[in-house]
Design a protein around this ligand. Structure first.
Ligand code: ATP
Ligand code: MG
Length: 311
């Protein structure tokens, strides 16, 4: 059993090559780039030298092959990835605008990305962490129920649940957040939100107020707050720590948060103090943001170490 297991959507991303190109107009695209927040996360865990596995699905087509080739190439365990012969691999189209905002068109529901059940044999030996991305809970009721099954079976075995709420308004479609994420949040030990997601989950305004409200949950040990270009903070019940970003030339921030999550968990697996975990996370996030493509970036234990030591 890998040290870190995740379950969620795997997809390819087809990207506009430059900002300001609306998805409504004919024009150039680049891709396919392997993607899906859970896939980006687990790829980074493996690249940082930890054993990693994913439960998910792809079509038996060239886009599925693109994703599997990348993950296998980095040593991610893919034995629990369905390869569905008569369905197409999930796809997302993305474009950026000059103000840094993004727009997506997703083809995820009805694809193999959200078809896997939690394989009971995956609960025989407990991984150290099971990581959930909020976006994986949004696409399809049945897949959400399967992820809830995984969370409760593994939590009972002693696996720590980590959760990045990663809630995109396009996928929320007016639904109640607590209903969508409640069973994960109740068992979550490490929560990794952005600022707006933090307040949405806490149901109150203000960062300090939200942190206090969320720590009323007994299972919660650490909240890691991601602030994009403004850095990140970690809160335990005893201390709070801030780290700035590592300065890199930002090329494409998509996926930075997912690589950041992976870096933080790898730091915990390595027994680093909270500040060290945040630094590994920030370095992995920065290296992801410095390359075009959601899962791209020169991320390894060595490059993360170099960035952290300033060499
Ligand atoms: P997303 O909107 O993709 O879900 P997120 O909120 O999960 O993103 P971000 O806050 O955008 O994640 O990024 C996570 C972390 O990655 C940041 O806290 C920072 O440490 C690092 N990072 C992101 N963008 C940059 C950048 N341009 N330069 C350096 N580091 C960055
Ligand atoms: Mg995110």
């Amino acid at each position: 059993m890998p040290e870190v297991l995740t379950m969620g959507e795997m997809l390819v991303e087809i990207m506009r090559p430059r900002s300001g190109m609306a998805l409504s107009d004919p024009g150039d695209f680049l891709g396919p780039f392997p993607s899906g927040a859970p896939a980006i996360f687990i790829d980074t865990v493996a690249r940082l030298g930890h054993s990693a596995g994913i439960i998910g699905g792809v079509g038996k087509d060239d886009f599925g092959a693109c994703i599997l080739k990348r993950l296998k190439g980095h040593g991610v365990e893919v034995r629990w990835v369905l390869e569905v012969p008569d369905r197409s691999t999930a796809v997302a189209f993305v474009t950026y605008f000059a103000d840094g905002s993004r727009k997506f068109i997703y083809h995820i529901d009805g694809t193999p990305a959200v078809m896997a059940d939690f394989p009971v044999e995956a609960a025989r030996e407990a991984p150290k962490f099971f990581h959930v991305m909020g976006c994986s809970l949004m696409a399809n009721d049945r897949f959400r129920a399967s992820i809830f099954d995984a969370v409760s079976a593994l939590h009972e075995k002693g696996t720590k649940i980590s959760f990045d709420p990663n809630i995109r308004p396009e996928l929320l479609a007016g639904r109640d957040v607590q209903e969508l994420v409640g069973p994960v949040l109740d068992r979550c030990a490490v929560l990794l939100p952005g600022v707006s997601e933090l307040q949405l989950l806490a149901g109150v305004e203000g960062v300090q107020e939200s942190i206090r409200a969320l720590f009323a949950r007994k299972a919660l040990q650490t909240i890691v707050l991601k602030r994009g270009g403004n850095g990140a903070s970690a809160y335990s019940r005893e201390e709070s720590i801030d780290v700035p970003v590592y300065p890199v030339k930002e090329v494409d921030p998509t996926g930075a948060g997912d690589s950041f999550d992976a870096g933080f968990l790898c730091g915990l697996l390595e027994g680093r103090p909270l500040a060290g975990c945040l630094k590994v996370a920030a370095a992995a996030g920065a290296l992801n943001a410095a390359s075009f493509g959601p899962m791209e970036g020169n991320i390894s234990a060595r490059t993360v170490g170099d960035l952290m030591s300033g060499s």
